[in-house]
Design a protein around this ligand. Structure first.
Ligand code: COA
Length: 322
């Protein structure tokens, strides 16, 4: 038995912050950001929260799947930037959409969070404990970014993506193979110890916003992601050449290009939206998946690889037949 994705949805805050806008805030340039990252603009939440963006993404995913909120058994919300410690964002979403029969909780594995949540839902559904789940990746990273640090503030954006998954009657449709890994010994290359209560305090306390050794994260990503994709494919006797679309974590276009090169696959198989949304951490994969699904760029029967990496360090891959 396996699980399949029957609906997708997403939500982005209205406000767009361009590279040109950032030139007015820190010593940077559109040319530097574009060349190093491929990012042109990102969405920034003003009134929206992780919970409100997630609720909207879930409503759209449920509508796409033709399901009602009351039919949902499980809500897993991956985030590393919730507004509140308690209650968890998943419970806020449950209340907002009226999924009164669901069990709801959050998962934090940073940018790998959505993949880890998808794998958790797979385990729950295949075990027979639940029949279906809403899996969400959502972030409001703008609230934990240091807007005076040009090395990080140009990279991130806000948004939410969701998928509705359910047991698949046909083993050949849905998740075919999975890998995941963590290396806690390297947690120091990307971290945020706590978030500021009064945001102004953030600039006086090292570690209260996202701190990153960009070079180390870059090296980790271009080595680890192709590795775990190869492992997930080998398990089911496939090679990168068999895959129609690689839906990767959208951290940086250069990282995506380096991964494509290592896998010996052309960039036409690596769709991206990082230019328009930046790095939205756990929201990146479901945001892109929804964009591809709604624009008809994924055909039934196609093979997809979903793969990501992030703080932890964490990484994972799923092979999915649509
Ligand atoms: N604008 C202009 N200059 C900048 C800048 C910015 N926004 N950010 C950094 N610089 C400067 C640095 O201060 C440095 O200047 P120096 O040579 O005078 O010291 C120079 O640009 C080069 O910095 P460096 O960090 O070596 O650049 P890089 O080529 O490694 O690119 C990243 C930086 C962050 C784009 C790159 O390391 C990267 O993509 N890392 C992965 C990050 C990531 O994806 N994180 C999220 C993981 S989920």
């Amino acid at each position: 038995m396996t699980i399949k994705i029957s609906g997708t949805g997403s939500a982005l805050p209205e406000k767009i912050l361009t590279n040109k806008d950032l030139e007015q805030m820190v010593e940077t340039s559109d040319a530097w950001i574009s060349e190093r990252t491929g990012i042109k603009e990102r969405h920034i939440a003003e009134e929206d929260s992780v919970a409100s963006l997630s609720a909207e993404a879930c409503r759209r995913a449920l509508s796409d799947a033709g399901k009602t909120a009351e039919e949902v058994d499980l809500i897993l919300l991956a985030t590393c930037s919730p507004e509140m410690l308690l209650p968890c964002s998943a419970c806020q979403v449950q209340s907002a959409i009226g999924a009164k029969n669901a069990v709801a909780f959050d998962i934090n594995a940073a940018c790998s969070g959505f993949l880890f949540a998808l794998q958790t839902a797979h385990a729950y559904i295949v075990s027979g404990m639940y029949r279906n789940a809403l899996i969400i990746g959502a972030e409001v990273l703008s609230k934990i970014v240091d807007w005076e640090d040009r090395g990080t503030c140009v990279l991130f954006g806000d948004g939410a993506g969701a998928v509705f998954v359910e047991a698949s009657e046909d083993d050949h449709t849905g998740i075919q193979s999975m890998t995941a890994g963590s290396d806690g010994s390297r947690g120091g290359v990307l971290y945020c110890r706590e978030r500021a209560v009064d945001y102004k305090d953030a600039f006086e306390n090292e570690g209260i916003h996202i701190c990153m050794n960009g070079g180390e994260v870059y090296k980790f990503a271009v080595r680890q992601v192709p590795d775990c994709i190869e492992k997930a494919l080998t398990k089911i006797d496939l090679t990168p050449g068999d895959i129609d679309l690689f839906v990767l974590h959208q951290a940086n276009l250069r990282i995506i290009e380096a991964i494509a090169k290592r896998l010996h696959v052309g960039m036409e198989h690596f769709p991206y939206n990082v230019d328009r949304v930046g790095n939205t951490s756990s929201a990146a994969i479901p945001l892109l998946l929804d964009e591809l699904n709604k624009s008809g760029k994924i055909q039934k029967g196609q093979l997809l690889v979903l793969s990501g990496f992030g703080a932890g360090l964490t990484y994972g891959a799923c092979v999915v037949r649509w």
